[in-house]
Write a new protein. Structure first.
Length: 95
């Protein structure tokens, strides 16, 4: 069973490279934010898989939850910043 978790972790890491490509080379700011958020979500799942490999799920789940909360708050803050300051959406009638 450990081999399954190990191969799942390797596969998840390979899929994270695709999100990294979108985060670096995204044509818009929204694409970059979505790429960073996807990397954060996959990292949370990867932390749980690492906990299963090392047989310390309790510790790694706590770390994964803290990381997920930090990722969520960071993406919300960045999206709010780009919406208000940089004019991410040009809404007619609002200034």
């Amino acid at each position: 069973m450990d081999a399954f978790f190990l191969y799942s972790s390797i596969y998840l890491s390979a899929v994270m490279v695709l999100s990294l490509y979108r985060a670096i080379f995204g044509p818009t700011v929204l694409d970059r934010l979505i790429g960073v958020n996807a990397i954060g979500s996959k990292t949370t799942a990867l932390l749980v898989l690492i906990g299963l490999v090392y047989h310390r799920v309790d510790m790694f789940v706590d770390i994964a939850l803290a990381y997920a909360m930090l990722n969520f708050i960071a993406v919300l803050g960045a999206s709010r910043y780009f919406q208000k300051i940089k004019g991410l959406y040009d809404e007619p009638g609002r200034r």
